[in-house]
Design a protein around this ligand. Structure first.
Ligand code: ZN
Length: 141
């Protein structure tokens, strides 16, 4: 996170616990400990989890240490999820290493070509449609 994102994250946490944001010197010191958390998904996951898990925040709490620990947990969860996805899809009869879990279908209508992404046999994510090229069966659902 850059300093602006980090300050925003700290302000968000302190607002959630109905406390005024800590002094700039405190935030400086915390930035050394937790500033390496990437902005975006990782940072917002850590902030969300921090707020969800704590019932109270006290003035002297070392927020940066908790955030750094949460980021380690975030990385472990991401890694486990990545491994789980790969292990399932590598055994899939429709496995495509470029897009594990999906099947790319290209169609042409006159001069235009369209590319559609469907979920493969082992991907049960309901947000994606099942590929229509294969006969449907209970196994495909
Ligand atoms: Zn699959």
């Amino acid at each position: 996170m850059d300093r602006a994102d980090f300050n925003a994250a700290i302000s968000q946490i302190y607002a959630a616990f109905n406390l005024d944001a800590p002094a700039a010197q405190t935030v400086n010191a915390w930035y050394d400990v937790a500033g390496h958390i990437p902005s975006g998904e990782a940072a917002s996951w850590c902030v969300r989890k921090f707020i969800a898990e704590k019932s109270r925040l006290y003035r002297g709490d070392n927020v940066s240490r908790d955030l750094a620990e949460l980021y380690e947990e975030y990385k472990r969860q991401r890694e486990a999820e990545r491994y789980r996805q790969q292990a399932v899809h590598a055994a899939c009869p429709e496995y495509d290493p470029r897009i594990p879990g999906f099947v790319l279908v290209e169609t042409r209508v006159e001069n235009l070509s369209y590319r559609w992404l469907y979920r493969c046999r082992c991907n049960h994510d309901p947000r994606f449609a099942r590929v229509p090229l294969y006969p449907s069966s209970a196994e495909d659902a």
